[in-house]
Design a protein around this ligand. Structure first.
Ligand code: GLP
Length: 241
């Protein structure tokens, strides 16, 4: 894993956007794996600016998101469908039919999860996958567990994750208890992984991801097995290294 040390969140966002933009320019029909949460917001803002001011072209790009809260309607302001449209897709020239996000209200959970994995695999996997890091060490919504789970599925969220994500909701009680998330096979199948880590709240999780044993209780530690991971971490996030 290659660690890119940056001073602060602003620099992290610009650096991440620079790497994504390079990928889009080099391969205009790239498949991008996208994350939600607070951390990638600055990167999406900068990509929108690059589109508007420098003509960065997303018209042939395909995207897959990592996860979605279970049970929220797509137009719910807290759904990741809403998030992606609001912060990114509505401001660039992407073909919405080429954007994929796990369904939050599937009629048949098992078959829709299998279909999501199958579609990503049939398209050859992600060229570039953006990841954030949970305070629990989670990636996507793969929470600490006794095993690494390979496939897309419905999961229960940790109490600490629900609390950490509560600021997006009116009350902490409104945070869904479950989510649909891709598994480790989807993530590890990406050709390049960009892990974005900001703030001292993530310092311990980053230290264990980088230096700890590969342990399903620290889900991100599995990234040690991937040959092409770039971690962009600001000074606060690196405070325990
Ligand atoms: C959320 C998302 C993850 C995200 C992580 C960190 O729960 N499901 O994909 O990377 O938690 O979120 P944040 O960037 O807000 O700290």
């Amino acid at each position: 894993m290659k660690l890119l040390s940056v001073p602060d969140y602003q620099t992290l966002s610009l650096k991440a956007a620079e790497i994504v933009a390079r990928q889009v320019r080099q391969k205009p029909n790239s498949i991008l794996g996208l994350a939600t949460g607070s951390t990638p917001l600055g990167c999406y803002n900068e990509l929108v600016r690059l589109h508007k001011e420098e003509g960065l072209d997303f018209s042939a790009i395909t995207t897959f998101n990592l996860d979605e809260y279970y049970g929220l309607k797509e137009n719910d302001r807290n759904s990741y469908h809403y998030y992606m449209n609001h912060y990114f897709f509505d401001h660039i020239n992407i073909n919405k039919a080429s954007t994929h996000i796990p369904n939050s209200l599937p009629q048949d959970m098992t078959s829709e999860c299998q279909a999501y994995d199958q579609l990503a695999r049939d398209m050859g996997g992600m060229d570039l996958q953006i990841l954030g890091l949970g305070t629990t060490g989670h990636i996507a919504f793969n929470e600490p567990d006794s095993t690494f789970h390979p496939f897309t599925r419905l999961v229960n969220l940790d109490k600490s994750t629900m609390a950490a994500n509560g600021h997006f909701f009116k009350t902490n009680e409104a945070v869904p208890h479950q989510a649909v998330t891709v598994g480790m096979r989807f993530i590890l199948n990406s050709r390049l992984i960009l892990l974005l880590v900001s703030s001292d709240k993530k310092a311990e999780a980053l230290e264990r991801t980088l230096n700890g044993p590969i342990d399903p209780m620290v889900p991100a530690s599995i990234l040690q097995l991937h040959p092409n991971v770039i971690i962009i971490a600001d000074a606060e996030a690196r405070s325990k290294l």
